[in-house]
Design a binder for this molecule. Sequence first.
Ligand SMILES: [Zn+2]
Length: 282
Amino acid sequence: MLWQGRRESDNVEDERGSGGGGRIVLGGGIGTVILVVLYLLLGGNPQALFNSQQAQLPQTAQYDPQAPQDEASKFVAVVLADTEDAWHAVFRQMGREYEEPKLVLFTDQTRSGCGFASGATGPFYCPEDRRVYIDLGFFNELQQRLGAGGDFAEAYVIAHEVGHHVQNLLGISDRVQAARRRVSEAEYNRLSVRLELQADFLAGVWARYTDRVKHVVETGDIEEAIRAASAVGDDRLQYRSRGYVVPDSFTHGTSEQRVRWFRRGYETGVLRQGDTFNAPEL
Ligand SMILES: [Zn+2]
């Protein structure tokens, strides 16, 4: 992927090396973990737990607002800018205005508007604070453990998370969350899979737009994204439900389905082709 020398987004918040800054400080380390587990075992509402913890925390978020300095974060900022350009254009076509998400780079652990998160659980989007959270260590894992490295694979992961932001803006995530109260767990899981596959579709739309307008896609890039889509199946990329973070207990769809929807986005570039919720076949 040709990315050097291109526009970098201003929406990257670099919290790496902040030693926890103000965002983490759950305090208590393993003790807290045990308490949380006990609390959940006793049937506590995890949302209440996180809310009460957040309420006690000092609000001293101190991320570094400076422009990205190192190669990896510059790359993330360029890809984020690509998603901004693509989604501004697509939303304009729909007669709407795209609101850009922020992207938080963190190390090891962070506190999001959706609760506490650790890098081990993979990138995610939090609809509460409209932020994409990425621990760059995940990209190493993508390469080393899942054999799906490469800059375009990383770009695909970012575009997938931004896809969740697009779903949030379009009210799709809200509808799925609302359904959660009405439907069985199995049915909710089916809806979650469709939400995930649609985020893959939206990543495909981003890839198409970026390729058409900026001509930055190189030979092998799409295959790289597809490899990532299939490697990062199931529970690797976590969907965080509104209000709190839970270990991922459902699937993201099979690798084959993920590839199919990414491809469909890339080949059509038309949003109405991405209605995974009404597709008879995934
Ligand atoms: Zn996802």
